[in-house]
Design a protein around this ligand. Structure first.
Ligand SMILES: Cc1cc2nc3c(=O)[nH]c(=O)nc-3n(C[C@H](O)[C@H](O)[C@H](O)COP(=O)(O)O)c2cc1C
Length: 180
């Protein structure tokens, strides 16, 4: 019998973290094994207990945490697909600059690009339209990262425009399709 597929699901500091939980829940219910990494700022929007409860796996945040010290390399070997959802403007620009100063960015530099790496942006319309972000997305796409589109409409700040995280059902469909 073939093993279940492994998804590394990474969350960054966006108001849309709550939507990501619905995606994680759908993936787990579909029989996938999901492990999560949170940026420190993501923990302002979501609790570790929520993610641990949804995935029944530990949540990685600190690269130097005891027991998990070389886990970022092991995770890259373990996974069949990596996704950042929601992805902030900050993480997009950081990855595009090759910075590796937290768990997500360190894992990214150790990534094996024969496997799919998805990024689902979520941000204010001006952050999304900023030349730095547009350039970051272009660079990442050039490296083989699949940067997904965004929705348009009401934003948490009250503005309307492009930058909303795609809806959970759509994200779930994209991930499942990538996994074949
Ligand atoms: C209430 C609130 C909501 C935010 N939502 C977003 C967002 O949706 N997208 C984004 O790029 N930044 C957002 N930010 C700003 C990021 O949290 C900030 O740039 C942070 O440094 C990102 O860190 P990280 O990428 O390491 O998680 C928000 C900040 C606050 C206070």
């Amino acid at each position: 019998m073939s093993r279940s597929k492994h998804v590394l699901f990474q969350l960054t500091g966006s108001i849309a973290c709550y939507k990501a939980c619905a995606v994680i829940s759908r993936l787990v219910q579909s029989g996938l094994e999901v492990k999560t990494i949170c940026s420190a700022n993501a923990l302002n929007f979501i609790g570790k207990s929520t993610l641990e409860g949804l995935t029944r796996n530990p949540v990685y945040v600190d690269t130097f945490e005891e027991r998990f010290a070389l886990e970022h390399v092991e995770l890259v070997k373990w996974l069949d697909l990596a996704v950042i959802c929601p992805a902030t403007a900050n993480i997009i620009n950081k990855l595009a600059a090759g910075v590796a100063d937290d768990y997500i960015s360190t894992t990214f530099l150790a990534f094996d690009f024969s496997k799919p790496y998805l990024i689902a942006p979520a941000m204010n319309e001006r952050m999304y339209a900023h030349p730095a972000t547009a350039n970051g997305i272009r660079i990442l796409k050039g490296w083989g990262v699949k940067v997904l589109g965004v929705g348009s409409g009401y934003q948490a700040c009250g503005d309307k425009g492009a930058g909303r995280l795609l809806e959970p059902e759509e994200l779930y469909g994209i991930i499942m399709k990538e996994l074949g």
